[in-house]
Structure formats: structure tokens, C-alpha cells
Design a protein around this ligand. Structure first.
Ligand code: ATP
Ligand code: MG
Length: 343
């Protein structure tokens, strides 16, 4: 997305690497595209031990060592923290006119000096009558992107597309569920610090939002309510066994907050576009939380499923299928980033 890192491509690559720098773990995947089929060529995952830039660089190095990726060019994304995201509805116009218009629009939406800011936009969709176009405008301080790029460069890599997690989830959905083109789906990626929400229909992203809520908050609440150490709380969260009901009761307030944010997002879509969100798919490490899927489907009153990130992919012999399958729920962002290169 952000110009410095995105040389708009004329020839599309055959191979692409997605690097997802999460706060819990770094994931790297290499994907090969051959006509309409996709193959996982490499996979690497490494836990992040700390929250300093060098901790992320270290985890990136480890993940790439495991994956043995064949190129240094990687697609990555920036946190949406500190990123300004705006949806604009503009009358349809040519791309040149839009470029000029956006120069003005950007200044209207940014609370700091233009020179401090890197910004870009994407046409999300144009309505059928070509009267209006919906634009996603993204701006962030150059400093944030530079810090992010440095973490990647220090690991010996060359960052390419720097975009936003929520926006690339639709790539993964599009490849794995082409038959659901005419369905409106809510994609929820539940991580450690952040939950990404994206509402997608016909490969267009109608709405996206990142909520500062994730597995970390859940662990913290278990720790407080049961008065146990962090590690024990994390273990119980992942393997509650006979304590399942007790744990679930303890974390219900957080799940309630999450639900409210989802309601707000779905309401926005439904009132703005006059269509309902038909189905929901969840991914991310926190989507493995016991009872989460049934909690969401009971409360949202619609079908909720786990997103099968690797459903329509083949696997290279060098990649352990077992590892890929056990990790796949956490690979939505990395896979979506890799797929971005083929768009
Ligand atoms: N079985 C499980 N049940 C519940 N939560 C789990 C389970 N396994 C892992 N998690 C949680 O998943 C989270 C890690 O998920 P993920 O890898 O998607 O996060 P991340 O991408 O590193 O974080 P973020 O995107 O928020 O920076 C951790 O909070 C971890 O506690
Ligand atoms: Mg994540």
C-alpha cells in the first residue's frame, strides 16, 4: 500500500512471501501461484520473546530460518495503532482525477503535518451504476512505518507491501471459498492484542476495523479472577479440561465487549448497505478458545465457522503438512499478505 514500499507491479510474481509480525508470534509463508492454483512452499513460525524491536527482529530471523524462503522480498503490514482509517464515498471519476482529489482529501482527514505522514488509498468498490465509489483512505506517521520497516530490514529482508491486517483477510477467503462470492461474510481474526474485523462480499471489503482486544486480555482476566500466575492462566485458557465452565464464566465480560464491537460493525454495514451479514468466519490463535464459536453463533444468531485458511491450497513436499494443519488457524494474515502480491 504505502508508496515507498509498493512499486505498483506490472508483471505479477509467481512466488510471494507473507510475513505476519504478531505480538505473540511471527509467521512466514511462501506461496506459489500457478494459474488458479496455489501451493504452500514454505512455513516458519517463531514466538516473540519480548516487545522490543530487537525481539521482533530475532523472531523474524528464526521464522525465516525455519521456512528457508527463496526470496528476501516479503509482504508485511503495519499495526493499525496510530493509523487513521477513513471510508469516503466519492462520485465516480477516472483514476487520474481521483489521484488529484485525494491530495486534497488527505489533508482534510489528517491531524498532523502532511510531511510527517505516509498515506495511500484504495478503491474498495464502485457501485453498479458507476455513480459512486467507496474509497479507503489510510494514513499513518512515517515514523511508524519506518520503525516497522527497520525491524524487517534488520532481519536481512526487504519489505514490500506495507498494508493493514484486516484488509488482506479477504484474499484468504476469496481463494478458499469462491462458492461464497454472493454471501456477505464477517471475517474475525482474533489475535493476542488485536481483533481484526472485516466485512466482505464479492471480494470487496465493505468495512474493516481493528479492536484492541485479544487473547492477552482474556489471559489477564483469568489470572485476576482465579488469582493465579500468568503462565497458569495461559495454560488453563488453552486447556481448561474440567474447569471449562468456570473459565468461560470468568471471561464472559470480555467476550461481551467483543460481541458489542461486532454488533456495531455489523449494524453499520446493515444500515449503510441494506444487506445483512450472512455468515461469520473466525481465525487467529484466540479463535481456538473453547466454546467461542458456539458463543458467537448463539449471540449473533447466524452461522459461525472456523476459517479454513489452507482449504484450497496444495502443499510442497518440503512443508510439513502436519505442522501446517496445526498452525493454519494462525496463518490467515501471513497467507493473505502473500496472496496480496497476486492481486
Ligand atoms: N488453544 C487455545 N485457546 C485459546 N487461545 C489460544 C489457544 N492457543 C493459542 N491461543 C492464543 O492465541 C493468541 C496468539 O494468536 P495469534 O498468533 O493469532 O496472535 P498474534 O498474531 O501474534 O497477535 P496480534 O495479531 O494480536 O499481534 C495468544 O493470545 C494465545 O494465548
Ligand atoms: Mg495477528
Amino acid at each position: 500500500m504505502f508508496q515507498k514500499y509498493l512499486e505498483r507491479k506490472f508483471s505479477k510474481p509467481e512466488i510471494s512471501v507473507g510475513l505476519d509480525i504478531g505480538s505473540y508470534s511471527v509467521k512466514v509463508v511462501e506461496i506459489k501461484k500457478d494459474k488458479d492454483s496455489y501451493t504452500f512452499k514454505a512455513l516458519g513460525v517463531s514466538t516473540v520473546n519480548g516487545n522490543q524491536p530487537r525481539d521482533f527482529t530475532e523472531a523474524i530471523k528464526k521464522a525465516c530460518e525455519e521456512a528457508r524462503i527463496s526470496t528476501k522480498k516479503v509482504n508485511a503490514s503495519v499495526f493499525s495503532q496510530g493509523t487513521i482509517i477513513r471510508y469516503l464515498l466519492l462520485p465516480s471519476m477516472s483514476r487520474e482525477e481521483l489521484n488529484r482529489a485525494m491530495n486534497f482529501e488527505i489533508e482534510r482527514y489528517i491531524p498532523f503535518g502532511k510531511e510527517e505522514v505516509a498515506s495511500d488509498y484504495q478503491v474498495l468498490r464502485e457501485d453498479a451504476g458507476k455513480k459512486n465509489m467507496q474509497i479507503l483512505l489510510v494514513a499513518t506517521k512515517k515514523k511508524i512505518i519506518e520503525e516497522r520497516a527497520k525491524i524487517i530490514e534488520d532481519a536481512g529482508l526487504d519489505p514490500q507491501v506495507v498494508t493493514i491486517d484486516s484488509l488482506i483477510l479477504k484474499n484468504v477467503f476469496g481463494v478458499n471459498y469462491p462458492e461464497k462470492k454472493d454471501t456477505t461474510v464477517g471475517l474475525l481474526n482474533l489475535g493476542t492484542k488485536i481483533t481484526n474485523i472485516n466485512i466482505v462480499r464479492d471480494n470487496f471489503s465493505y468495512f474493516m476495523r481493528d479492536i484492541q482486544l485479544g487473547g492477552e486480555n482474556i489471559t489477564h482476566l483469568i489470572k485476576e479472577k482465579l488469582d493465579i500466575p500468568d503462565l497458569e492462566a495461559e495454560r488453563l485458557k488453552q486447556e481448561p479440561s474440567e474447569k471449562e465452565d468456570e473459565i468461560f464464566k470468568a471471561i464472559e465480560p470480555i467476550l461481551g465487549n467483543l460481541l458489542n464491537e461486532i454488533y456495531l460493525s455489523f449494524d453499520y454495514y446493515e444500515s449503510e448497505f441494506g444487506m445483512a451479514v450472512d455468515e461469520v468466519f473466525v481465525s487467529g490463535g484466540t479463535a481456538q478458545l473453547k466454546k467461542l464459536v458456539s458463543f458467537l453463533s448463539d449471540n449473533l444468531g447466524r452461522e459461525v465457522n472456523t476459517l479454513d485458511v489452507i482449504k484450497n491450497f496444495s502443499f510442497d513436499r518440503n512443508v510439513s503438512q502436519e505442522r501446517l494443519k496445526s498452525m493454519s488457524i494462525c496463518l490467515a494474515v501471513a497467507t493473505g499478505l502473500a496472496l496480496e502480491a497476486f492481486n
